[in-house]
Design a protein around this ligand. Structure first.
Ligand SMILES: *Cc1c(COP(=O)(O)O)cnc(C)c1O
Length: 434
């Protein structure tokens, strides 16, 4: 039996074989299939705090955190209780609720750039809708995105979109007509010159620039000093809108997200992941004059049967209220710093070249000796080495995202003891790579 075959237990492997008969690739989102690391996925049966348990009854320390939402850990008792109480009052009405007003106020209080906000059910919907709104509001078609940034799987944004697509080596996605993406221009992240040149040429035709202010979908990449400021400058000058996709960073790096950290006021902001407290929620919001361009006040149509769903909003509101306690963010950062420095030490000890990017409670350990500042430098990583590292970590009970180009998430439930177990596993894993 090959090493990769031994990763998932017998029950997970059996379930994966069954799943593949009924679900394309056996998964409902491609990266879950473990294709980049070999072997089949773990089927998860339950989760609590910082740990997940698979169908074979094995427990792992979890750094996937459902790809970001679970900042407070899994099955947080307050959130579970709130969902249970809400469910008893009915699970969907398709009508406005007081909860939505409270939720909008909660989001606005954390992100002052948001004057009005609309709820949707996923991050994909949030960014797709913000783009339509920006085009409608400005009367322009062109949008700019950055190579390696991911904004969900809507047609116009599926160009050079980082991890999910890169992992599968799909340069272009069949099914997306060329006409649909012809208005999508892509630039390298952190390249101020390329940005200035483009805006000098056609700034007046650009509806919006959309970006992850701190990209998480090519692994963790930090904006160079001055990059976000320059973006704000050139977009304001050209009357193009600046859209921050804070689906990962919103309420992850502090309540105010990346925009508070870098003191930049975008015109529109997209949220998702954490704001749903583990249930499906997305949101987009920003300047009132722009947001009022949406139906029913304005002409840009956008809608959703389950938008503002009372269960999802209850979970999200409960999570955001818990996160009003800023000490949670300080603790998260302390824990992440400990983990990153232990990982760095372990790599050094084994003589393995790594480049670790980290901020707040997110991190990526790139297997390269280069500084990673954009997609090109991220791609210098040795993905075969990452895959081997991943497999050893998994066998040691550490569940990381199964791709080099993702971030790891630390949650409020990651205790010192769990971090030490992770560091011990990393020391062992790095040594197997020599
Ligand atoms: C996850 C993600 C999305 C898409 O959100 P879904 O809820 O998966 O549709 C959009 N933008 C960023 C930055 C993301 O990380």
């Amino acid at each position: 039996m090959s090493e990769s075959k031994q990763m998932a237990g017998a029950r997970s492997s059996e379930l994966f074989a069954q799943a593949q008969q009924h679900i394309p690739g056996g998964v409902n989102s491609p990266v879950r299939a473990f294709r980049a690391v070999g072997g089949g996925p773990l089927f998860i049966s339950s989760a609590k705090g910082a740990e997940v348990t698979d169908a074979d009854g094995r427990t792992y320390i979890d750094y996937v955190a459902s790809w970001g939402p679970m900042i407070l850990g899994h099955a947080h008792p307050e959130i579970v209780a709130a969902i249970q109480q809400a469910a008893a009052r009915g699970t969907s009405y398709g009508a406005p609720t007081e909860l939505e007003v409270e939720f909008a106020q909660e989001i606005k209080s954390a992100l002052p750039s948001i004057e009005k906000v609309r709820l949707v059910s996923s991050g994909t919907e949030a960014v797709m809708s913000a783009i339509r709104l920006a085009r409608g509001f400005t009367g322009r078609d062109k949008i700019v995105k950055f190579v390696g940034c991911y904004h969900g799987h809507s047609d116009a944004l599926l160009a050079k979109a980082g991890s999910g697509i890169a992992t599968f080596g799909l340069p272009d996605c069949p099914g997306v007509p060329a006409e649909t993406v012809k208005h999508t221009l892509t630039l390298p992240f952190n390249d101020i010159t390329a940005l200035e040149v483009l805006f000098k040429e056609i700034g007046s035709e650009i509806a919006a620039v959309v970006l992850e202010p701190i990209p998480g979908n090519m692994g963790c990449v930090l904006p160079k000093s001055g990059f976000l400021q320059k973006l704000r400058e050139v977009t304001s000058e050209a009357r193009s809108l600046l859209i921050f996709d804070e689906v990962i960073t919103g309420f992850r790096l502090g309540r105010g997200g990346a925009q508070a950290l870098y003191n930049i006021k975008p015109d529109l902001t997209c949220l998702g992941k954490i704001i749903g407290g583990g249930l499906p929620v997305g949101a987009f919001g920003g300047r009132a004059d722009i947001m009022d361009y949406l139906a029913p006040v304005g002409p840009v149509y956008q809608a959703g049967t389950l938008s503002g769903n009372p269960l999802a909003v209850t979970a999200g509101l409960t999570a955001l209220r818990i996160l009003q306690d800023e000490s949670i963010y300080r603790k998260l950062e302390t824990q992440t710093t400990k983990l990153v420095s232990a990982t760095n030490d372990a790599a050094k000890e084994a003589g393995i070249a790594v480049s670790i990017n980290s901020i707040g409670s997110i991190f990526t350990c790139f297997f390269t000796d280069q500084k990673v500042v954009d997609w090109d430098s991220a791609k210098t990583s040795d993905t075969a080495r990452f895959a081997k590292f991943f497999r050893v970590m998994l066998s040691e009970g550490i569940y990381m995202a199964p791709s080099q180009f993702e971030v790891g998430f630390v949650s409020a439930a990651h205790t010192d003891e769990l971090l030490e177990r992770t560091a011990k596993a990393a020391r062992k894993a790095f040594k197997t790579l020599v």
